[in-house]
Design a protein around this ligand. Structure first.
Ligand code: PBG
Length: 314
């Protein structure tokens, strides 16, 4: 009876698994701060992608981890067809064709020596800052490289102003007309990203407060979402998820595109770590948290627990 009358029904097809593929490793390497999560080799990523598909899910979000010596101030390795992210997208696309939606993280922070999501420049006071305009050009090339490699969806996650319009026009100019854009529109400067920075070997100096959202703000996020939809975003994201359910709910009311929510590394690891201590039932807590994101209005949910949840659902 409860199943019959339940408001919210979570499906495997709502879930997207974020995955990490690293250059220069010979076997999968566990991420210490994310129980059960690995940096993958190209081969182990392919095997994982089979599990994702077999469990009834339809998508993965791929992050590339370069060799430390390949990082530079502009993140140029990300533009190369030989970048681990791009070669992996190609291998995944060859393996699954259009049967698995390949989303690529379209940001340079994994590839820059300073770890920022953009190219640095100098402002009128002589301060070193992220140069929004220079970064847009870099994102255009990055999106083209990822789309060429095989991504169905490019996902600008750097919170630069104008990134969606810049990427859409670059894609369209080169006839990548059916590559979609998932915009990280309401991405907050958050302490919950801590474990992710382990996962990608981040070199971040300073913080991202000048380009990510201030967590005290709500209307600012709604403006960001409206701007990204107007610029051509096919889907918009709220991130992190659990502390931002009000934003997810508002976004679902406001935007007429699908809303994605990203249960980020810190949210996942809190559940996993408490589970390892025997303090909570991690599988039940994960499922409850993800169903709650759907109840709040998210149609697409990115979570590191996606495979376990999908297996449970099916
Ligand atoms: C930036 C990016 C980050 C995450 C996804 N894309 C890190 C950041 O903004 O510092 C975080 C994801 C997570 O914590 O799981 N490319």
């Amino acid at each position: 009876m409860r199943d019959l009358v339940a408001d919210t029904r979570l499906s495997c097809k709502d879930l997207v698994l974020p995955v990490f593929v690293a250059d220069g490793i010979s076997e999968p390497r566990p991420v210490p701060s994310m129980p059960g999560v690995y940096q993958h080799t190209p081969q182990s990523l392919l095997e994982l992608s089979d599990r994702v598909k077999d469990s009834g899910m339809v998508g993965v979000m791929v992050f590339g981890v370069p060799r430390p010596e390949d990082k530079d101030p502009t993140g140029s390795i990300g533009l190369s067809p030989d970048c681990i992210l791009n070669t992996s997208l190609t291998a995944l696309r060859e393996r699954h064709g259009d049967d698995l939606v390949l989303m690529a993280d379209t940001c340079v922070d994994e590839f820059t020596s300073h770890g920022h999501c953009g190219v640095l420049g100098t402002n009128s006071h002589g301060d070193t800052v992220v140069d929004n305009t220079a970064t847009l050009q870099q994102y255009q090339q990055l999106a083209l490289a990822q789309s060429t490699a095989g991504a169905h969806v490019v996902s600008p996650s750097g919170m630069m102003d104008g990134q969606v319009a810049a990427i859409r026009s670059a894609l369209d100019d080169m006839n990548h007309i059916d590559t979609s854009i998932l915009a990280y529109s309401a991405k907050y400067a958050s302490a919950f990203y801590g474990p992710f920075r382990d996962a990608v070997g981040s070199s971040l100096e300073g913080d991202r407060a000048t380009y990510q959202q201030d967590y005290r703000n709500r209307t600012e996020s709604l403006r960001e979402i409206a701007l990204d939809v107007a610029q051509g975003a096919d889907m918009v994201m709220v991130k992190p998820a659990m502390a931002y359910m009000d934003i997810i709910s508002d976004a679902a009311q406001l935007a007429d595109v699908p809303i994605a929510a990203y249960q980020v590394s810190g949210e996942y690891s809190m559940i996993a770590a408490a589970g390892e201590k025997g303090w909570i039932d991690p599988a039940a807590a994960l499922l409850e948290s993800v169903v709650s994101l759907k109840r709040a209005g998210a149609g697409i949910i990115l979570t590191y627990g996606a495979v376990e949840i999908a297996q449970h659902l099916s």
